[in-house]
Design a protein around this ligand. Structure first.
Ligand SMILES: Cc1cc2nc3c(=O)[nH]c(=O)nc-3n(C[C@H](O)[C@H](O)[C@H](O)COP(=O)(O)OP(=O)(O)OC[C@H]3O[C@@H](n4cnc5c(N)ncnc54)[C@H](O)[C@@H]3O)c2cc1C
Length: 441
């Protein structure tokens, strides 16, 4: 028997059920990563995400190499490439870990096609704590309110124990053609805008575990201060989770081992889970308002001067400008600042949330097809269990509260203090509320 393992958003060796299942194949295993930028309905990766993917594949190549296993890289449409590689390596079995977004339709079709050619296909739990169909209300419908969803997850369900990394894998005897990672041009060259990203982040499975360990040794005890962006109390695991360099099950069990008050941190993993369950049941989320009532909301679609000022951190609102600079320079923005920046765009500038979501998609290293639009919709008021529309963040007050000594703003956008504010908060807030009241009247 020969096995093809197709890795996707699971760039790790440990707690990788598909890879573990291949260890029983003594005849040969091929491990493949496919860059699919052509299949319909798959969202093309943003620039920062491509940078991360490149580094993460390098790290994976290295750790597979220590098991004597090459990583085969191919590019193209999954429905063509996967059967072709299966034929080339004589695979009678194809294994993968599940995806729950738009790609799952492709996976289902491919499964059927491979089975018709007598190839055994097995899929395993992917990047969630719980399979989306296992968490349901008493009437069998998906949850639409976070607190009830998380209560259901945490009462009566326990995430599966993580699997160890395979100790050995038998590589196939024949040479399987692989493309060069550099030829994919995932990293920017001219200009190389990724220097700030590279100095902040280390992608890869080992780095993901180190990041978790460092967080649990120290910062988790101050996690209740997570809303203060200058204090750096977050785990910064989001890009590692996005690329599956660590699984949420590993984070969950390792966190519980530390004891102490970790409930608040785990409940944030719950938001990730809720976003993905919402995308599974109601997605894709990046185009359609989850609350259809907002379909007629008079958001503006023009990428105008206000949008440019927002993008490049020149709004004159210190905390927003600092966040947009942090994003531009490092591919990341603190969670509370994401909320304030998104609120300014959708409620004060009156722009459609999809415009801001697309900018985050291109610039975040953790850009995630569920979490990003889910959170944008949450802030804009049209999402699942969303912040009520009329709760409009005042960036000046938020700054006073969460960056009281101005450390965050001084770090990322000290120039902002002397910029004029591009809009009148009071007048734009009144306009936004008027539009909202017209909608719900
Ligand atoms: C407008 C907006 C866009 C966002 N886009 C993304 C995105 O594309 N990808 C992404 O992973 N997160 C996104 N988030 C959620 C959140 O901002 C990040 O997950 C968080 O800042 C990551 O930092 P951390 O790893 O230190 O989080 P921690 O506070 O340490 O939380 C632990 C983990 O829980 C998850 N998590 C925490 N908060 C959320 C949340 N609100 N929604 C979903 N998951 C959460 C993340 O995986 C995170 O790594 C967005 C939030 C907003 C308001």
């Amino acid at each position: 028997m020969t096995t093809l393992v197709w890795l996707r958003d699971d760039l790790r060796l440990s707690d990788n059920a598909a890879l573990s299942a291949a260890t029983d194949d003594a005849d040969g295993v091929v491990v493949l990563y496919l860059l699919d930028e052509v299949s319909e309905h798959l969202r093309p990766l943003g620039g920062a995400a491509k940078w991360w993917l490149h580094q993460s594949l390098r790290a994976l190549e290295h750790s597979l190499g220590q098991l004597g296993m090459p990583l085969v890289l191919r590019r193209g449409a999954a429905e063509e490439v996967i059967p072709a590689v299966a034929r080339e390596c004589g695979a009678d079995r194809v294994l993968w870990n599940r995806r729950y977004g738009a790609a799952r339709d492709h996976d289902a079709k491919l499964k059927t096609a491979l089975r018709q050619s007598d190839v055994v296909v097995r899929s395993y739990p992917g990047d969630l704590l719980f399979e989306p169909w296992t968490i349901a209300t008493q009437t069998g419908t998906p949850y639409q309110v976070y607190s009830a969803f998380w209560r259901a997850c945490t009462s009566g369900h326990t995430p599966a124990d993580p699997l160890p990394a395979p100790k050995q894998l038998t590589s196939v005897q024949r040479d399987i053609k692989s493309e060069s990672l550099d030829s994919w041009l995932l990293t920017p060259a001219n200009p190389d805008w990724a220097a700030g990203i590279a100095s902040r982040w280390e992608p890869g499975e080992s780095a993901a575990h180190r990041t978790l360990d460092e967080f649990l040794e120290d910062r988790v005890q101050r996690y209740s201060r997570r809303d203060f962006p200058a204090e750096d109390t977050g785990s910064e695991l989001s890009p590692h989770l996005r690329w599956g360099e660590i699984s949420p099950r590993q984070v969950w069990h390792r966190t519980l081992l530390t004891g102490g008050d970790v409930g608040m941190f785990l409940s944030e993993l719950g938001w990730r889970e809720f976003a993905k369950h919402t995308a599974f049941h109601f997605g894709p989320l990046e185009q359609r308002n989850l609350n259809a009532r907002f379909d007629t909301f008079p958001w503006l679609f023009e990428r105008d001067a206000g949008f440019d000022a927002w993008k490049f951190g020149r709004t004159g609102f210190g905390i927003v400008d600092a966040g947009m600079q942090e994003l531009w320079q490092t591919g990341f923005m603190h969670n509370r600042v994401r909320m304030i920046a998104a609120s300014l765009l959708t409620k004060n500038l009156g722009l459609d949330w999809r415009i801001g979501e697309a900018w985050f998609w291109d610039t975040l290293v953790d850009a995630d097809e569920a979490s990003n639009p889910f959170n944008w919709q949450w802030v804009a008021g049209c999402g699942a269990d969303a912040a009520p529309y009329f709760r409009i963040f005042n960036p000046d007050l938020q700054q006073k509260k969460f960056d009281p000594d101005g450390a965050y703003v001084s770090k990322w956008a000290p120039y902002s203090m002397t910029l004029p504010q591009i809009i009148d908060l009071k007048a734009t807030r009144a306009d936004a509320l008027q539009a909202y009241h017209a909608l719900v009247r």
